[in-house]
Write a protein that binds this ligand. Structure first.
Ligand SMILES: Nc1ncnc2c1ncn2[C@@H]1O[C@H](COP(=O)(O)OP(=O)(O)OP(=O)(O)O)[C@@H](O)[C@H]1O
Ligand SMILES: [Mg+2]
Length: 400
């Protein structure tokens, strides 16, 4: 389970309090600690539970609400206050902030704005913390898996990396299949999903976190999947702004998002690359793949900050080739971040059985290498990922 922010709200109006409650309940990282319908009682309520954030709605009685904010600020200075109001005029905002509110949001609340405000409050609270506790992280790691040619191993890496990341008890991992026309992550996990990216796109205007989370199918490995549309023609329904919203919202619920991209550099692929924290560019030791890696790095470096996010993964190392690793690195002009051995049998069989390697062949060399990759991208040892990593093959095939 990820860290949870405990929130208490006060709003005398049943209707707006319920709307606020529903938005908050949709966010997995939030625990609704207390709800109060009277400004007069709120201080007493939260004095006992001391939540991480107090949300004060101004609209039932602005004077009382502003007095309450001032009182809370002086008596419980450690509890940051988020003021909310349908009146977003400068005067109201100014008064709320002057009385001690740290953040202000206008109603109806936009989920993304709420998440950002809560994240800011969390960070400021952590840095205020005299005990020097590390700030609590709400962000997740978004990993885009990008291929340098067809069949280079993106889906195998995305699925197995996602399933491996999902093994850690502290993780909540999801895979989005962005190979919109021909993706096969659903086959690799043998999942018949009720919803796909097309359903999410069609409902984008009423999308909230609860709806979105219900749209993902959970595999027995713990990995959640949002598959590509069933009908090929529905691929066109998914626009860049849809994907931007979906990834933005999923970040609030999942610690790790793995994106299996198409090979067409489509607008949705570009959006995914922009939103990713890490781009795993998958290559093999052949001319087509290496030449494309060079071209792709050149294209990506046009956009600021993009090339820096790219790490090269060399897949199927050990298969027949006359191109050396050294030559590949010279050609690409960048070190190889990770090497995954060539091991066709478990790869083909696990795909045909619809199982990730850690369930089908947990001891195989590729899974050992993927486990090491999962640790490397997290920057720390995973708790429950296969621990036998790299004893034999890591030395030969993997390196950081
Ligand atoms: N490390 C590996 N060792 C052996 N075979 C592998 C390895 N990685 C992938 N393969 C095989 O390569 C083939 C293509 O893999 P995969 O579908 O993962 O690639 P892809 O880049 O997603 O392809 P596409 O362009 O169709 O999306 C599959 O048959 C898979 O079993
Ligand atoms: Mg694929």
């Amino acid at each position: 389970m990820r860290d949870v922010q405990r929130v208490a709200i006060v709003d005398p109006s049943d209707a707006t309090r319920e709307a606020l409650r529903n938005v908050l309940l949709g966010v997995e990282a939030i625990w609704l600690e207390a709800e109060c319908a009277r400004y007069e009682f709120f201080l007493e309520v939260i004095s006992q539970s001391v939540p991480d954030v107090a949300v004060v709605s101004l609209d039932s009685d602005q004077t009382k609400a502003l007095q309450l904010i001032a009182q809370l600020t002086s008596e419980l200075p450690e509890v940051p206050i988020l003021a909310v109001s349908a009146r977003g005029d400068g005067q109201t905002i100014l008064q709320a902030l002057r009385n001690g509110a740290r953040e202000f949001l206008t109603v109806p609340i936009v989920l993304e704005d709420l998440l950002k405000a809560l994240s800011r409050l969390q960070r400021s609270r952590a840095s205020d913390n005299k005990n020097g506790e590390a700030p609590v992280k709400m962000d997740s790691l978004v990993i885009a898996v990008l291929g340098s040619r067809g069949g280079v191993g993106c889906t195998s890496i995305a699925v197995n990396l996602g399933a491996t990341l999902a093994q850690d008890a502290h993780h909540n991992a999801a895979l989005i299949d962005l190979d919109l026309a021909l993706g096969d992550a659903d086959i690799a996990l043998d999942l018949m999903a009720d919803y796909t990216l097309a359903d999410v796109a069609l409902n984008i205007d009423r999308l909230d976190l609860q709806f979105l989370r219900r749209s993902l199918s959970k595999h027995s490995s713990g990995l959640s999947l949002l598959p590509h549309p069933v009908q090929m023609e529905d691929a066109g329904l998914i626009r860049e702004d849809h994907l931007q919203r979906v990834i933005g919202l999923l970040r609030a619920s999942y610690t790790h998002l793995v994106l299996d991209l198409s090979k067409s550099f489509s607008p949705t692929d570009i959006t995914a690359l922009r939103m990713a924290d890490l781009i795993l560019l998958v290559a093999q030791l052949d001319l087509t793949s290496l030449r494309n890696v060079v071209r792709m790095l050149a294209t990506l470096s046009v956009e600021q900050g993009m090339a820096d996010k790219v790490q090269i993964i060399l897949n199927r190392v050990g298969s027949d080739t006359d191109i050396s690793l050294k030559k590949a690195e010279e050609t690409i002009g960048k070190p190889i971040y990770w090497q995954i051995p060539n091991e066709p049998k478990p790869l083909i069989e696990s795909r045909n059985h619809g199982l990730p390697l850690l369930l089908y062949a947990p001891r195989c060399k590729v899974q050992q290498s993927i486990a090491g990759l999962a640790e490397a991208v997290c920057g720390k040892p995973l708790q429950a990922a296969a621990k036998e990593k790299a004893s034999r093959w890591g030395g030969l095939f993997s390196r950081r």
